[in-house]
Design a binder for this molecule. Sequence first.
Ligand SMILES: Nc1ncnc2c1ncn2[C@@H]1O[C@H](COP(=O)(O)OP(=O)(O)OP(=O)(O)O)[C@@H](O)[C@H]1O
Ligand code: SF4
Ligand SMILES: [Mg+2]
Length: 339
Amino acid sequence: MSEVILELEDLHTHFFTDSGEVPAVDGVSLQLHKGEVVGVVGESGCGKSVTSLSIMQLVPKPPGEIVSGNINFKGENLAQATEKRMRQIRGNEIAMIFQEPMTSLDPLYTIGDQLIEAIRMHRKMSKKEAKTKAIDMLNIVGIPRASEVVDEYPHQLSGGMRQRVMIAMAMSCDPEVLIADEPTTALDVTIQAQILDLMRDLNKEHNTGILLITHDLGVVAEMCDRVVVMYAGQVVEEGTVREILKDPKHPYTKGLIKSLPKIHEKEQKLYSIPGTVPKVSMEQVGCRFAPRCEYAFDRCYNENPSLYVTDKARQNRCFLYDNNDEEGVNDHVESNIRS
Ligand SMILES: Nc1ncnc2c1ncn2[C@@H]1O[C@H](COP(=O)(O)OP(=O)(O)OP(=O)(O)O)[C@@H](O)[C@H]1O
Ligand code: SF4
Ligand SMILES: [Mg+2]
């Protein structure tokens, strides 16, 4: 596999709130290789956005703070980088498409001003040429009246249009890494497909590594090489898209996949994992998924599972895959889960 371009090592990002310390990202490790597309999935509140905002050092402080861990990017630990250095990296070497589009558009400048600046930072072009390129980019991402929108301000556009402008901006700077947080959720299906095509082109033509955060396992199947499954601030399973979708091992991943609608099945009622993602706390003991897990047994409520390596170097945060379980206490459950 190609070289690792971005690596999170045991990242902890906590929020210090009136009701206590919230470990929203609790020891996340993951790797993105050059030219690879890695999907990050998990239900709402699992810590996907806080993980991506941490990489860009954009977690609001206070109440948030990266309390420990490394964010290695081309030999530099971004967790320690100064704000000045981060400003050079953001929208340049690492671009981000935010779940909330207003976060990255400056309300005081026109769409054109912002796109032209991004384009000219990376290509030798006159202002006029860059404006033509900006209009092209707006057309590509499906903005109607692109030649007029280029002279408008962010507040004059709808949410969906702002999202597309941001995608155009992120793509026009040919980043080495693109972090896309639910890039297509707010868009209609045809535009969604076009945006995914654009991201695929960027990945193929410029070898851009993409961290794609999404609720949509269909998008993952179409776009990603590997998947990282997050639950309550932790990575619970990781593997290639093929392995994870065909043979999920962690009970949470099994539940996520079971809740996907199946085209060929007559039964209309969709499965959903019982319960909801818990609010995480520092005092929590035991597996975070235990209250919702149909395989939970005593150990799950008393100990925190680590990531166990299973076959083909897959990783699973579940006692059912603990190879050091010499007493065989898991055996009955393991045969259950495989049946
Ligand atoms: N500003 C904040 N103050 C306090 N806690 C926060 C704040 N932002 C996020 N959190 C905590 O971090 C957790 C993870 O939030 P995050 O936005 O990363 O979820 P997510 O996986 O991106 O969800 P979604 O799919 O809805 O976007 C939340 O459940 C919340 O407890
Ligand atoms: S450790 Fe226990 S509760 Fe957690 S996922 Fe595995 S079986 Fe379920
Ligand atoms: Mg989010």
